[in-house]
Ligand binder design. Structure first.
Ligand SMILES: *Cc1c(COP(=O)(O)O)cnc(C)c1O
Length: 485
């Protein structure tokens, strides 16, 4: 198939992809029945092709991009690429899809029960006491968490301004801090890629409202001094927020709510199986310790103990930070998350994390001799390596990432986190087989070898994709030009 030819160029007058049934009404009669204002002035500009060509056109488009159904996808920090179709089927059930968000609670008890039970599961997994499913992205969960931190301090009669954030943090963390009206104070990671209690001690003061930590952090390492850090933060009267985007490394093993964290956001779409390419849809449930429960967004889903435990939305929450999204979040994401958790059960959930950590460490070991690793030791569900050795010989992380496309792999996350030069962040996903990981490692090692044997090829890649190297700066700066083609 020559896929450089546009479907419009294949179009031939009079060709049709379907046979419409004969009609006894004449065209003139038919036109008579359609009011003038609804009639086209010109024929629609649509390609005229056969059924087979239409099919090939769309299938052709669907395989132009790399995607998880086509091959391995080692992208880090987007977390987990296993999204069972059966959960989509559950979320698409007519009973859920046709449930109107303004339906009286008593007519939607089944749907509310799923939201309620999901919250109970999330409490069990995270160790937190209260949950809201309202936020619709991890970033919005962060925003909610920060508003809660502000409300907490205001309730104590003080207005603190600073939030401490590690230099390895995801960009949404400082963005949320600014949105919530705080100031970011960046604190440095140590040579082990972690935040030390000593550093927190040094930066914290009476104007510090809280500390935001990602755990495991964005270089794939567990924050080993967390309990000591939490003690210091609490002693200073501040709160500690956990960015839970990497929760898939610790489910069934560690409960963040029991090791010192006060607030956490879940990325339900990352950890609990919603396909989230292309920017949505998301779900950023928030968990808090008991003392902060009253600040959660309104409404709060509760059982009415005086009325057979019928579930209802409680809007009477005087201390709440208020509503931050319509209704109660993205229901379809909640259903997928619920189906995923209930399918696996507590043992299965733990195994997800164990296998995520095992896969990442196995792959890391296979790549160990060829690449530079900024931090020693066991990683969690993902790891960061540096292509600085290859860069000295003329191939950047970007070149190696582009070359992977020629071998039908998606590239890892590159140049993030910012503290590692020529960073490659690799997260294999727990469901990938040993053979897949070995094959990927073999390819990546061979590509790295091209630094010595075929540098020109390496820096000119990709060669097999529909479009070659794009001008990414132009693409970011001048979208309108790109859309116009
Ligand atoms: C993805 C991610 C976020 C933001 O979550 P969204 O749902 O994309 O808004 C925050 N922190 C980390 C570490 C992440 O990986």
């Amino acid at each position: 198939m020559n896929d450089k030819i546009l479907i419009f160029e294949k179009s031939k007058n009079g060709v049709s992809g379907c046979n419409l049934p004969e009609t006894s009404i004449s065209e003139a009669e038919l036109l008579d029945k359609i009011p003038n204002k609804f009639r086209r002035v010109e024929a629609a500009s649509l390609p005229e092709i056969t059924e087979g060509e239409a099919m090939r056109h769309f299938v052709g488009l669907s395989v132009k991009n790399h995607h998880i159904d086509r091959g391995f996808y080692p992208l880090g920090s987007c977390t987990k690429k296993y999204n069972p179709r059966r959960n989509d089927r559950a979320a698409g059930m007519r009973q859920f899809v046709s449930c109107h968000p303004l339906a009286p609670c008593k007519t939607a008890q089944g749907t509310l029960q799923i939201m309620y039970d999901l919250s109970e599961c999330l409490k069990e997994i995270s160790g937190f006491d209260e949950i809201s499913l309202q936020p619709v992205a991890g970033a919005q969960g962060e925003f909610v968490g920060l508003l809660i931190i502000r409300a907490y301090h205001l309730s104590k009669g003080r207005l603190r301004k600073k939030i401490l954030i590690p230099d390895s943090a995801h960009g949404t963390n400082p963005a949320s801090v600014t949105m919530a009206g705080f100031e970011t104070v960046q604190i440095p990671s140590n040579e082990k890629g972690r935040i030390s209690a000593e550093t927190v001690e040094k930066y914290i003061d009476e104007d510090t409202a809280g500390l935001m930590l990602t755990n495991p952090n964005t270089v794939g390492l567990f924050e080993s001094e967390i309990e000591k850090i939490a003690e210091i933060v609490h002693k200073a009267g501040a709160l500690i927020y956990m960015d839970g985007a990497n929760l898939n490394a610790q489910m069934g093993i560690i409960k963040p709510g029991k090791i010192g964290f006060d607030i956490l956001h879940f990325n339900l779409h990352k950890t609990f199986s919603t396909p989230h390419g292309g920017g949505g849809p998301g779900a950023g449930a928030v968990g808090v310790v008991k003392e902060l429960g009253k600040f959660l967004p309104s409404p709060i889903l509760r059982p009415d103990v005086e009325n057979n435990n019928l579930l209802y939305f409680d809007y009477d929450c005087p201390d709440s930070i208020g509503s931050i999204h319509t209704f109660y979040g993205n229901l379809a994401n909640s259903i997928r998350a619920y189906a995923y958790i209930r399918t696996l059960g507590s043992k299965g959930i733990r195994r997800v994390s164990e296998n995520a950590v095992l896969n990442a460490n196995y792959l890391k070991a296979l790549l160990n001799d060829e690449f530079e690793f900024p931090y020693d030791g066991i990683c969690q569900h993902e790891f960061v390596l540096s292509c600085s050795r290859q860069k000295k010989k003329g191939a950047k992380a970007l070149d190696i990432a582009k070359r992977l496309l020629d071998f039908d792999y998606h590239a890892p996350t590159v140049y993030f986190p910012l503290i590692v030069p020529e960073a490659f962040m690799i997260e294999p996903t727990e469901t990938e087989s040993k053979e897949t990981l070995e094959q990927f490692a073999k390819t990546l090692l061979a590509i790295s070898g091209e630094v010595d044997t075929n540098l020109e090829k390496l820096t000119g890649a990709p060669f097999t994709t529909p479009v070659k190297r794009l001008d990414e700066i132009k693409a970011a700066r001048e979208h309108d030009v790109c859309f116009k083609g």
